[in-house]
Design a protein around this ligand. Structure first.
Ligand SMILES: [Zn+2]
Length: 354
């Protein structure tokens, strides 16, 4: 029903009129931080086996940038930090573009278009992975399940047995890795399990699954090198820390968190000459120790995966817990729907608070 109402309003141009009026008359501007991971070339041969393996298509990204440019001031990191620390006032709705992990496809499919449009952004990189060019645990998992030798699956499953809960093991025993669907189901079950596991279990699982591919990583997904990150800065991209080891910070002690963040800042300074005093928490995980550890390292701003607009004028706003959004809308109608909803929520919240 909501879909139909929106489509009628959209086609009658009521949505356009509303967005136009809001832009002219708005008395309180919205500040948004958008998160991207991978930007996938539409002609890419990378068939998705898991939602974690891919992000959005290049065309979807281009549509979003065009839309954002029309409806928002696109800030760079310095301007964004000036706004949230009240050194600068917003003249209209504004948005900051952020990229997590530093995937190489960002350099191919996103940054050149941003430069063409005069748009800047930030990429958060886990420095140990950039150094080693080791794939993340979820990419290793995809690699071995997608390309693994099905005849070795029973043996791998045997070894995985002691690590897995019984219901997961029973579900996996029904799969033979014979078809794409079977591989996708195995990837899904193990992905969900490992997402909620410790780094040790993730490493051990991948060590066992490596036998399916003789330890070869052939998935065509990798992170940028430091040389490529230096090229990214020429496109107007600021490089900032996403920790050193991309471990869930809330599983580390206070001292381990300090050591991890310090190592990352040191590498960035060494490789790129400078780094901003911001962090993006890996997997959005943090605890109270994380804030103190960040401050001890000179980091004053932290980006989370909590969804929402940045309500920096409110007394409860914490610069170490900046929310972000992950807009997936791919075309103008969907993007206007997202913005329409955002503005309605803004006014409802204003009424609620007054
Ligand atoms: Zn990440």
């Amino acid at each position: 029903m909501r879909d139909i109402v929106y489509k009628v309003l959209y086609h009658l141009k009521v949505v356009d009129l509303f967005l136009w009026l809001e832009r002219i008359l708005s008395w309180r501007n919205i500040l948004i931080v958008q998160t991207y991971h991978r930007i996938v070339d539409d002609n890419s041969e990378v068939a998705p086996i898991s939602i974690l393996e891919r992000g959005i298509s290049k065309q979807c990204f281009i549509n979003q940038i065009d839309f954002f440019q029309e409806h928002f001031d696109l800030l760079n990191l310095d301007d964004f930090l000036d706004v949230i620390s009240s050194k600068r006032k917003l003249k209209s709705d504004a948005l900051l573009l952020t990229f997590d992990d530093g995937y190489y496809d960002n350099l191919l499919c996103a940054y050149p278009y941003m430069q063409e449009k005069g748009v800047e952004g930030v990429v958060f990189v886990p420095t140990a992975y950039i150094h080693s060019q080791q794939p993340f645990w979820w990419l290793k998992l995809t690699n071995s399940i997608k390309f693994g030798d099905a005849s070795r699956w029973p043996s791998a499953l045997n070894q995985l047995g002691p690590l897995l809960p019984l219901d997961h093991l029973d579900a996996l025993k029904k799969e033979a890795l014979g078809s794409f669907e079977s591989r996708r189901e195995v990837r899904r079950i193990l992905g969900v399990f490992l997402m909620n596991s410790t780094d040790d279990i993730r490493d051990e699982t991948n060590r066992i699954l490596d036998m399916l591919v003789d330890g070869n990583y052939v998935l065509p997904i990798r992170l940028m090198t430091f040389c490529e990150l230096r090229t990214a800065t020429k496109y107007g991209i600021t490089v900032a820390t996403h920790s050193h080891s991309h471990r869930d910070l809330d599983t580390l002690s206070y001292r381990e968190q300090v050591a991890d963040l310090k190592a990352s800042l040191q590498v960035l300074k060494q490789e790129l000459g400078d780094c901003p005093n911001v962090v993006c928490y890996p997997s959005g995980r943090f605890n109270v120790n994380t804030f103190n550890a960040a401050l001890e390292c000179g980091i004053e701003y932290g980006f989370t995966t909590k969804a929402g607009a940045v309500r920096y004028r409110e007394p409860s706003f914490d610069p170490l817990q900046i929310p972000r959004v992950g807009i997936e809308a791919a075309n103008e109608m969907e993007l206007k729907r997202w913005l329409f909803g955002l503005i309605i929520r803004k006014y409802l919240m204003s009424i609620w608070r007054s």
